[in-house]
Design a protein around this ligand. Structure first.
Ligand code: K7E
Ligand code: CUA
Ligand code: CA
Length: 658
């Protein structure tokens, strides 16, 4: 590599908006070095075999000053004045917070947090009976899991672009997939995928591989990163040769797994094709190492392609097995079972080294798969993978049409609408812009072709990067967001856990321009940037959607059935329909609350002191909670969501008689 990791660069003070801090570039490079030695990556980094492709234009090239037009950027262009609305939504995962978030772009305003796999005191997610049923409970009614780790959010498609219906997000910890309705922006379904661990990459399909009428999402692909013994019941814990990984297809409507594929190696990220024919996952541990040193043993890993139509034919034909009593049919996608391309369900394309990230270009022609420990991105041509499956291409590696050297620690790639790719460089703390067709020409031997177009420093160590509408046919080349893993000195210090930086980069011109730093709470991984006209939300629920709704305040009251007591009440600012309600010590009490307010934004809350209960009801919504009244006394239930001048007076008394 041309990059000198120890090089100081004192030109950073030219960066507009950056305090004159000559040490900043050094700071970044020190961090990169620490990252290298700390993670033992220096052992694993691939050597650079090819001549580095020089970047065009002044000031570009790894370690060089970033040619941001210092001082000339009109930052007001990217501001959203009071009362004005953003042009885009950004939907983001929340990492080990277990939630999802919604931001406005370009302002970076945080608009909403959507609880998914976490508990959320504000809305009562994990408190109400309805949310517990979605999250999943043990036989005793308590939550099965309290933790989650969301990494990737992807929405449902129609005609190659978002249809505004659903968003899907994974839980890496417990192997769960969640669905979020885009009209209410609330989670409506969570499933646990059988026989997987480390469910990491996920992607919706964009159309059916066979039926042209189904030009919308019906499947969600899910990759498992961690190999486990199958079945994982304790019998083979000491025999890593028995560990396997599984790729799963879930029906986006029923949210039931349709089929699974047993594979060699592991899954990491997942991508889907625009014609519905292929799903892809990058594999960094083809070695099937149990320790991280072993996972870097090989110079090549792979990008694995799944032939969706053939897999579904095999499932139909009953060429399946079942694992550990699971009903989900499993087909064999291992290399040995798929030696003949003409019948193969899977195609393993060799990629250097420990790749991370696979992304489909908006024209549907290419996949970019980054090397991570190799300074390259590999470009795989979709049509050539199909050709391999037709038996017309001898070697899976022949599907690779470019492999530009782009920088150190390449991870995720976003695309614009002009044939350019933008890849995050974790170790270089940069975004590199490279041209796909130039990379292809260069790979073919054209010495005049210069794949790398531009570079820009980001602060610091980017993970995912993504472009506005970039994962659709409507990619518009306006914005790129770099979700960085470290913010260090970019924001006011707030103790040991720093905010993270989401940096907004204008990609509409030839040069990338850093136009805003947004602080984000740990830890967004992946996001999508969606045009606002695609999203249509509701402001008020329909009372009929809730089977338990208390439709008339006159239906309020305390209804006893042995030791089970149901309390029905309604809310309408500024009062609850019951001023007090009486139960006996030891009763199992279910409170059903329907909000009768119809006014947009008029939400009420309901909290019971000492019983650890708090939840909200949005306009026309019904929620319920169940608890055992084990503490005699008086408990003032009160509205927690400020709703009215008499919000403080909005109370009711729970009387628990000894
Ligand atoms: Cu690179 Cu989970 Cu998409 Cu994080 S993964 S960055
Ligand atoms: Cu109702 Cu506050
Ligand atoms: Ca490897």
């Amino acid at each position: 590599m041309t990059q000198d990791l120890t090089q100081d660069n004192s030109n950073d003070s030219k960066l507009s908006g950056t305090p004159p801090d000559p040490g900043r570039r050094k700071f970044m490079n020190t961090a990169a070095l620490v990252g290298l030695s700390g993670a033992g990556l220096s052992l694993g980094l691939s050597a650079c075999n090819k001549k580095s492709a020089p970047a065009t234009g002044e000031g570009v090239g790894a370690g060089a000053p970033v040619a941001q037009a210092g001082g000339s950027i009109d930052y007001t262009k990217y501001e959203v004045p009071p009362g004005q609305l953003d042009e885009y939504y950004s939907f983001s995962s929340g990492g080990h917070s277990g939630e999802c978030r919604i931001y406005g772009i370009p302002s970076g305003r945080e608009l909403k947090r959507i609880p998914v796999f976490n508990m959320d005191a504000l809305v009562g997610w994990g408190v109400t009976n309805e949310s517990k049923a979605i999250i999943g409970t043990k036989p005793d009614g308590t939550l099965k899991y309290h933790t989650g780790d969301t990494h990737h959010v992807h929405q449902s498609y129609a005609d190659g672009t978002y249809d505004g219906k659903y968003m899907f997000v994974n839980d890496k910890i417990h192997g769960r997939l969640a669905r979020i309705r885009m009209d209410t922006m609330e989670c409506d379904k969570i499933i646990e995928i059988p026989n997987v661990q480390g469910f990491h990459g996920t992607f919706t399909d964009k159309r059916d591989p066979v039926d042209p009428k189904i030009n919308y999402t019906t499947r969600v692909f899910c990759g498992a990163e961690f190999a486990i013994p199958l079945p994982n019941d304790g019998r083979d814990v000491n025999d890593p040769s028995k560990y396997k990984s599984i790729f799963t297809c879930v029906d986006s409507n029923t949210m039931e797994p349709r089929w699974q594929v047993l594979i060699d190696g592991n899954c990491d990220l997942v991508a889907s094709s625009y014609d519905g024919k292929l799903a892809a996952t990058n594999q960094y541990n083809t070695e099937m190492g149990m320790h991280y040193e072993d996972m870097m043993a090989s110079e090549m890993d792979a990008c694995l392609f799944f032939n969706v139509a053939r897999i579904e034919e095999a499932v139909k034909a009953g060429k399946v097995s079942h694992i550990a009593g699971s009903k989900v049919p499993v087909v064999d996608g291992t290399k040995a079972a798929n030696a003949d391309p003409k019948t193969a369900l899977t195609c393993y394309v060799p990629i250097p080294k420990n790749p991370h990230g696979v992304n489909t270009s908006p024209d549907g022609k290419y996949y970019a798969c980054s090397g991570k420990l190799s300074p390259t991105a590999s470009v795989i041509e979709h049509a050539l993978v199909l050709k391999w499956f037709d038996g017309e291409l001898a070697n899976p590696r022949d599907t690779v049409v470019a492999e530009p050297e782009i920088g150190l620690g390449p991870l995720h790639t976003g695309f614009d609408n002009k044939g350019n790719a933008y890849t995050t460089l974790f170790l270089d703390s940069q975004i590199v812009k490279w041209n796909v067709e130039a990379a292809i020409k260069s790979y073919k031997g054209d010495k005049t072709a210069k794949p790398v177009v531009d570079r820009i420093d980001v602060h610091y160590q980017p993970g995912h990067g993504f472009t506005s509408m970039g994962e659709t046919r409507e990619s518009d080349g306006r914005y790129f967001i770099s979700d960085n893993k470290f913010s260090k000195d970019r924001f006011l210090p707030v103790g040991p856990l720093h905010a993270e930086t989401a940096q907004l980069i204008d990609i509409s011109g030839n040069k990338m321009l850093l136009v805003a730093d947004h602080s984000v709470y740990s830890e967004p991984h992946d996001s999508i940037i969606v045009r606002r006209d695609i999203i249509k939300t509701r402001q008020v629920y329909n009372m009929d959607e809730f089977p338990l709704a208390v439709k008339d305040p006159k239906d309020s009251g305390v209804f006893r059935n042995g030791k089970k007591v149901t309390v029905k009440l309604t809310s309408q600012a500024p009062s609850f329909s019951l001023r007090e309600f009486k139960v006996k010590k030891g009763d199992e009490v279910t409170i059903i609350l329907t909000n009768h307010d119809k006014v947009e934004d008029l939400t009420h809350g309901f909290a019971i002191p000492k019983y650890d209960i708090q939840f909200i009801v949005n306009p026309q919504e019904t929620k319920s909670v169940t608890f055992v009244a084990d503490k005699p006394g008086v408990y003032w239930c009160y509205c927690t969501n400020f709703c009215h001048a008499l919000h403080l007076e909005m109370r009711s008394r729970l009387l628990v008689e000894a």
